[in-house]
Design a protein around this ligand. Sequence first.
Ligand SMILES: Nc1ncnc2c1ncn2[C@@H]1O[C@H](COP(=O)(O)OP(=O)(O)OP(=O)(O)O)[C@@H](O)[C@H]1O
Ligand SMILES: [Mg+2]
Length: 578
Amino acid sequence: MAIFTFDTSHVLGKVRAVDTRRVDVQVNTDEDLRKARVGQLIAIALPGAIEEWLIGVIDRVVKTPIQGEPPDQNFESDEGMDGVALPRESVLNTVRITLVGTVGLTSDNNPRFSRSLVQVPEIDGACHVLRDAQLQTFMALLSAEGKTEHSLEIGRYTIDEKAAAYLDGNKFFQRHASLLGSTGSGKSWTVAAILEQAAKLPSSNLIVFDLHGEYRELSYARHLRIPGPEELGKADDSLLFLPYWLLNAEELQAMFIDRSEFSAHNQVMAFQDIVVAEKKKTLESMKKTDVLNAFTLDSPVPFAIGNVIADLKRMNEEMVPGARGEKQGPFYGQFSRLLVRLNSKVTDKRYGFLFQAPAVAHEYKAMASMVGQLMDYSVSKAQIKVIDFSEVPADILPVIVGLVARIIYQVQFWTDRNNRKPMALVCDEAHMYLPKKDGKNPVEQRAIENFEKIAKEGRKYGVALLIVSQRPCDVSPTILSQCNNVVSLRLTNGDDQATVKRLMPENLEGLMDTLPILDIGEALVVGDAVLLPSRIRIHPPKEKPLSATIDFWDEWTKAPDKPDFAKSVENMRRQNRS
Ligand SMILES: Nc1ncnc2c1ncn2[C@@H]1O[C@H](COP(=O)(O)OP(=O)(O)OP(=O)(O)O)[C@@H](O)[C@H]1O
Ligand SMILES: [Mg+2]
């Protein structure tokens, strides 16, 4: 049985030049050239007894004028040597193709697509466009090949809407992925479409960092919220308190120490010494001998911040005996500003999720139950966990997101290999906490370091990242470049396009040029999770994220209602919308 049967209407032209994956096809007439569209698939027959076809994607369509002058070097020998006459018009039509794989027959005579290229095409080999029935045959093959027990259906191919497009769920998460696209291009919907599929698996394990509360209504997910000022003191399963003692030394410093102060060094030393002493006290009182032997400043052990403040205050005011009566102690006055910062953060309600957690959250065993909130996947609705960070003040958002990611990674690291369940962190709006500018801001630096570690080493411990951003050129390149699969929705900004082009492993300039003209919800998917770099129309999720798209004109068309600005102003003062 023939895999493809082509007639003259499918003929595009003949192979003129081959350079590994690149093939130049010479097209004789304008009529034939009209069959070629960038992104379209073509097939080139390989010589031999068994039916075998090379499959390629049209990357460029080039017309070169050759009026009277000797033709382009590559084609100089055209006339005499191999007998192919140049077209009578003085224009040379070339279609550049990138080969993407081979279709052949298996030993039991079934057609099969593979990404490997067994052979290069012959010069003069006929090139056919895949369309109509032939295209459907191929796409069905692709679909069948892509559909395995570990595949997730994310949409349909743009070139053939009948063919379902699958992602290899193993490969997609194995080595990190990124989901990029301008605002409103459909990233959050795509995230929801993937979550929806993952939620159907009995023990999937995904954590979504939700910065705007967009995913808070998904019915299949467990919802956790970093508590806002009005929720402090409540011990509720859906509230995720992050007691300050979870912060490691660098994160604490990023929050409290102003490195531009001349006494910064002394502040760091004193602060660290006192914190270590306080942690030690806790462990001693609990008789945790083995922890005592190994713990460091960074260990997540509860301590009383009140004692730290009191100690710093004492040192800041200390008078010591001198030659003529009392004199100022060695640290006198050096911690004044640190104390102001500490006091203001500790009492500020916006930071309440760190410093004003209910007493149970400060117990030694509280961390284990917090980790359970974050990482458990064994009970119903716990497979997808959505953490709502919308109440976290912007100045410390990177530290807090980084803290959660670090805790997850470290717990995973220290879990016995046989008990580790692989998990994925979905980082929506990643440019907000994983920015490119390096070294400037210590708060952002901490988050970036935590995530970079996961990007580099997470694979070994089963922690995957899905980086979602509308500003790829503002996201840490170290992290983005670790993403092996790229799903790019429409990108209008030139810098962002350039960033994405650099990430795409395959040489598909023509396909990349479609980035700005993609439809909403349409994506270019490249990487080892798809059989072909393809344009895919993503299925809208059944349950939609709360879209922030506001219909301005419709809103303005409505009859006015009575606005209550006094209430809004009061909400602003109370830090509470309810
Ligand atoms: N797959 C899709 N099919 C059809 N429409 C879609 C699809 N994805 C998104 N849309 C439309 O686009 C709108 C914006 O989508 P979405 O909220 O996912 O954008 P976004 O890329 O996350 O934007 P932002 O960067 O601002 O968060 C949706 O409200 C929906 O109307
Ligand atoms: Mg979004």
